[in-house]
Design a protein around this ligand. Structure first.
Ligand code: MRU
Length: 357
């Protein structure tokens, strides 16, 4: 099958000038409905991120960057502008704690405003922060494409790749990270097939990855998370590629809950396990993965995730949204600066150290 990369969805777009608004593809409705929501104030962006209408580490960073500009453009008092900017930053930063891209993007936009404080008018500062939000958005496109190119050589023609959650176009500005590697390999003429883990509890694999891969013309087969071991044992998979929400200095990687199990299974079956992520996902202030904050979410996502109750009342429910895969289980990290292999503090610092945080 030929790839149809022009069919990749537009996850977010800004409409109008600096006083315009953010349109987000509402990912909670996929795959049955393809509808955008309009975010015209900070609260609507906060809700969209919190409720996973926009999700995936790079995409929430981009959305948050734009979110900072909403509601500030018509202010004329500098002190009020900076107070409201800081409040907006803190509110958005607390929204989802694990993906470091969110904090990275917010800090980038706020730093631009701080540099101009006392030297430029409010409209000029507002224009500058909106420009920075757009730059983050634009750079993400180029970064994802570079990740795709860097990783495509790792996939053999005719191979089948397993992925978990969604690290594709829907999680970024365009091409995706983990799925970007697959799209690049497919665009170069390789015949790649993909097994997608359903990704309980919120089904990002089934609802999102399967949807965007099939739209792009990549043959995709859906499995329940619990089937990955059997699929590997049957030798149906030659590589695993996932994205990341935060990578510590030693390479320990937080990603969607269930990723760690897949990495253990891959090691058990001698299958390479790759993590694709931009440099903005690295947090070199944390020496190892147990320092990464893990978001826990409402138990209802597990007990009533399919529109009806699937567990009895009155029981305990634990719902961590992410887990940490130890660096030793990761064959290579794929970044916009190239492939990092072996994965350790030295190789990471040499590749992304000077360019991040
Ligand atoms: O809870 P989500 O859907 O935001 O989780 C997303 C993931 O875990 C992705 O794999 C990660 O953010 C990388 S996206 C390029």
């Amino acid at each position: 099958m030929t790839s149809r990369l022009s069919n990749l969805p537009t996850t977010l777009r800004w409409l109008g000038d600096r006083l315009g608004y953010l349109a987000l593809l509402d990912q909670t409705l996929l795959p049955t409905e393809c509808r955008e929501i309009e975010c015209r104030d900070l609260e609507s962006v906060w809700r969209a991120i919190r409720e996973l209408r926009v999700r995936g580490a790079p995409a929430i960073g981009i959305a948050a960057g734009y979110g900072l500009t909403l509601g500030l453009g018509r202010l004329d008092d500098e002190s009020e502008f900076f107070t409201r900017l800081q409040q907006a930053r803190d509110r958005l930063a607390a929204c989802r704690p694990t993906a470091v891209n969110l904090h990275w993007a917010l800090d980038r936009v706020v730093a631009v405003a701080q540099r101009l404080r006392g030297q430029a008018s409010i409209p000029v500062i507002h224009q500058a922060i909106w420009d920075e939000a757009r730059r983050i958005h634009e750079q993400d496109r180029a970064i994802c494409r570079a990740i795709g190119v860097a990783g495509a050589d790792l996939l053999e023609d005719g191979s089948t790749v397993l992925t978990h959650c969604n690290a594709g176009a829907l999680a970024t500005s365009e091409h995706g990270t983990a799925l970007g590697v697959i799209y690049s390999a497919a665009a170069s003429g390789k015949r790649i097939q993909v097994f997608v883990d359903e990704t309980r509890p919120l089904l990002q694999g089934a609802r999102l990855s399967a949807w965007e891969l099939s739209r792009a013309g990549v043959p995709v087969t859906l499995i329940c998370d619990s089937m990955a071991a059997q699929v590997m044992r049957e030798k149906r998979v030659q590589a695993v590629i996932v994205g990341a929400d935060r990578i510590a200095a030693n390479g320990d990687t937080a990603n969607k809950i269930g990723t760690y199990s897949v990495a253990c299974l891959a090691r058990m079956h001698a299958i390479p396990f790759y993590v694709a992520a931009p440099s903005s996902t690295f947090d070199l202030t944390l020496s190892q993965g147990d320092q990464i904050p893990i978001e826990t979410r409402d138990g209802g996502e597990i007990s009533e995730g399919f529109g009806r109750r699937t567990a009895p009342d009155g029981i305990g429910i634990y719902n961590p949204a992410f887990d940490v895969t130890p660096a030793e289980l990761i064959t290579a990290l794929i970044t916009e600066f190239g492939v990092i292999r072996p994965v350790n503090a030295g190789t990471i610092r040499a590749t992304v150290g000077p360019k991040t945080h």
